[in-house]
Design a protein around this ligand. Structure first.
Ligand code: ZN
Ligand code: ZN
Length: 344
């Protein structure tokens, strides 16, 4: 904050609030300066906040939040207020603008940058989340058969993940079969899986606040030549990218390793998304691995490597694993087998 010449900073993203304070409630704001830290929440969360964030000074939101913020700014004598411009709602911004008498300064990705590098405790949780993810997939593989609805498969997965200690799904699971497998983010529907189809399953669990994220694509039956060609290409592209993951390289450079391989094979136009992203308190966070990913990889970052090829009207496939950037290179955290063929 000294570097940014900022007196005070209002944090409104729940993930950022949790990261800095430990507070898990659904409504809360952190208001911090170089030498004070306030947690603003309402009656419902007061006792919880005291226990989860004992080092924060609790302030009850017994008035409108913008009035509480304005009063604190005046009491503390701050001369400006940073806000998370990508997180605050327009309504909150208007309220603050109306009541706060100091300039509001838009800040981007401040806490997110800190969150990108995980410490040992965070890595241990993510490692466990990845382990549960692998185990859950293994348990539901016998259910991936013609006749089951995509939605039921998603439900079974969620059930197994919760039974294994997860607190819930990390995001809406993608179960996309047949032609729908060409939709990179096709949510599970009432469609039933059928023989001789591709099915892409992209899922993850939340554990102690942290997410996992993994994708496998299966072919129900004996895959054709084109299916195998695409799958082998994705495997090679993923391997090349994983081997290129090390501290000091940018997300862009890692993306290029996979993208060039896919492009050389003639499928570049069908790989329309980035190669991967950071995973942590949110399933998608810094750093970005894409043609635009400028962030430099550092030890402690947890990222996904997920090349995909999607051909409209035909189908698609993606393979996604979580990787920890280490001092020496990278360590893969998800270990589920990468077989395309599912004998039915
Ligand atoms: Zn995913
Ligand atoms: Zn992902």
């Amino acid at each position: 904050m000294a570097h940014l010449q900022l007196d005070a900073f209002l944090i409104s993203s729940p993930a950022n609030c949790f990261y800095l304070s430990g507070f898990e409630g659904s409504r809360g704001y952190l208001l911090i300066s170089a030498d004070s830290s306030f947690l603003l929440t309402d009656f419902r969360y007061l006792e919880q906040a005291g226990i989860q964030a004992p080092h924060m000074e609790l302030v009850t939101l017994d008035k409108h939040f913008s009035e509480v913020v304005a009063a604190l700014i005046e009491d503390e004598g701050w001369s400006d207020l940073g806000v998370e411009s990508e997180r605050i709602t327009y309504k909150e911004y208007c309220w603050l603008k109306e009541r706060v008498n100091v300039p509001l300064k838009a800040q981007q990705q401040l806490v997110e940058e800190l969150r990108a590098v995980k410490d040992e405790v965070e890595i241990a949780i993510i490692r466990e989340a990845a382990r549960i993810t692998d185990e859950a997939l293994e348990e539901i593989v016998p259910l991936i058969r013609p006749g089951i609805r995509e939605k039921d498969l998603a439900l079974e997965l969620e059930y197994v993940l919760r039974k294994k200690g997860g607190s819930g799904p990390a995001f809406d699971f993608i179960v996309a079969s047949g032609r729908r497998s060409a939709w990179p983010h096709g949510r599970a529907t009432d469609k039933k899986l059928a023989a001789d189809e591709l099915v892409t399953i992209d899922f993850g669990v939340k554990l102690n606040g942290y997410a996992s994220d993994m994708t496998r694509t299966f072919y129900l039956g004996t895959p054709g030549k084109k299916h195998e060609e695409i799958w082998n290409l994705l495997l090679e592209a993923q391997r090349a990218a994983m081997e290129g993951v090390r501290q000091g390289v940018t997300g862009q450079e890692v993306d290029r390793l996979a993208r060039e391989m896919i492009t050389r094979a003639g499928y570049g136009q069908y790989f329309g998304h980035g190669l991967g992203h950071g995973v942590g308190l949110e399933p998608h966070e810094q750093p970005t691995l894409s043609t635009k990913g400028k962030e430099i990889l550092a030890p402690g970052m947890v990222i996904t490597i997920e090349p995909g090829i999607y051909i409209g009207g035909w189908g698609g496939a993606r393979i996604e694993d979580m990787v920890l950037v280490t001092g020496e290179g990278a360590e893969t955290l998800t270990h589920s087998s990468r077989n395309l063929t599912l004998q039915i």
